[in-house]
Design a protein around this ligand. Sequence first.
Ligand SMILES: [Zn+2]
Length: 178
Amino acid sequence: MSHVDQLWAGWRHDYVVKAADESRERRAGLDVPECILCELETKGQDHFVVARNLNCFVVMNLYPYASGHLMVVPNEHHQNLEDFNVDVRNSIMDMTNTASKVLREIYKPDGINIGINMGEAAGAGIPGHLHVHVLPRWNADTNFLTAVANTRVMPETLESSFGKIYELWPQEEKNEQQ
Ligand SMILES: [Zn+2]
């Protein structure tokens, strides 16, 4: 196993452990106030936050299904699309559009997945805080379920993906914070 493989497996491991802990706490009736997406809202490039506008931000997925896997996240913490007002919904779609354009330019994929999982039953990893997944896909990809079930070997590091995406993101939305 190369150093990079270990790094990726490590990211995934941390996430799985955290999710399992939170799930246990929830079953025990304890409050789990912290939300990783709410925490990320104010973070810098060191947390892989690429860009932000008035209503939402874009961050690299730390446990990606493919290189360049982005998440568009509204600042407000709500579970369902209908919980957000029209301005926020428009901002989410606008950022999703920019994410799609940037990924297409960098990775020249055969296709792009844009998806929202609302609720745990729908597969949401962070069910309380809505987010849009945007990720490039290729004809030779494994199918989505296989990709979710296994730890994948990524052809590039998160830092490398971040650098390419940040460079191409429109200047006025770039996250200047280090
Ligand atoms: Zn949140």
